[in-house]
Design a protein around this ligand. Structure first.
Ligand SMILES: Cc1cc2nc3c(=O)[nH]c(=O)nc-3n(C[C@H](O)[C@H](O)[C@H](O)COP(=O)(O)O)c2cc1C
Length: 168
């Protein structure tokens, strides 16, 4: 098995982070670059990639999430990457999803733990408009998903069901 497939197979969601360990900026840069090069419909780049790394901004987002969701759905992670697209646009949801997956595989290949956090979409709420505008969102832009990064324990999963593969 080559290194790419090994990274794909070894990637597991991490929901328990050692917050004393910081992800190096150069690793984040590589993960963002991998996300940027994800396939996108008609070659149109529509995915906004917002890597929230400042302690203050991460805390603001975490507080908003607690307000919305009743708990910290980002599991204490210190890096939150938000992936955006145009509201109600099906291509943009898919574009963002392919960028998210690229980011997570890249993270795994660099030894960085990650988890896809769809619940970040709860922050698509008018009351947070000013915050997201301040970090660069355009009016038509909304969160399509997010990835948290850090170092921690992979969640144990039951494995995958091979019967979903059909070779005809
Ligand atoms: C579209 C999508 C949304 C997800 N949203 C969340 C989420 O909000 N919170 C979370 O803890 N995990 C979330 N996950 C991670 C899945 O729960 C996880 O990928 C799944 O349980 C399989 O485990 P694995 O990633 O370790 O293989 C999401 C995954 C996908 C693909």
């Amino acid at each position: 098995m080559n290194e790419t497939i090994t990274s794909i197979l070894n990637r597991r969601s991490t929901r328990k982070f050692d917050v004393s360990l910081k992800v190096d900026s150069s690793l984040i840069e590589q993960i963002l670059e991998a996300a940027l090069w994800a396939p996108c419909a008609r070659g149109l780049e529509t995915t906004g990639i917002y890597s929230i790394e400042s302690i203050e901004r991460v805390e603001e987002i975490r507080k908003m999430m607690e307000e919305k969701d009743g708990n910290d759905s980002f599991y204490g992670a210190k890096v939150i990457i938000l992936f955006t697209g145009r509201k109600d646009n099906l291509h943009d949801i898919r574009n963002a999803s392919s960028a998210i997956e690229n980011a997570m595989i890249a993270a795994e290949s660099l030894g960085v733990s990650s988890c896809w956090i769809h619940r970040a979409c709860l922050l698509n709420d008018e009351k947070y408009h000013d915050f997201f505008k301040a970090i660069g969102f355009k009016d038509e832009e909304e969160i399509m998903g997010s990835v948290i990064l850090g170092y921690g324990e992979k969640t144990i999963t039951k494995g995958r069901n091979k019967s979903f593969i059909h070779r005809i």
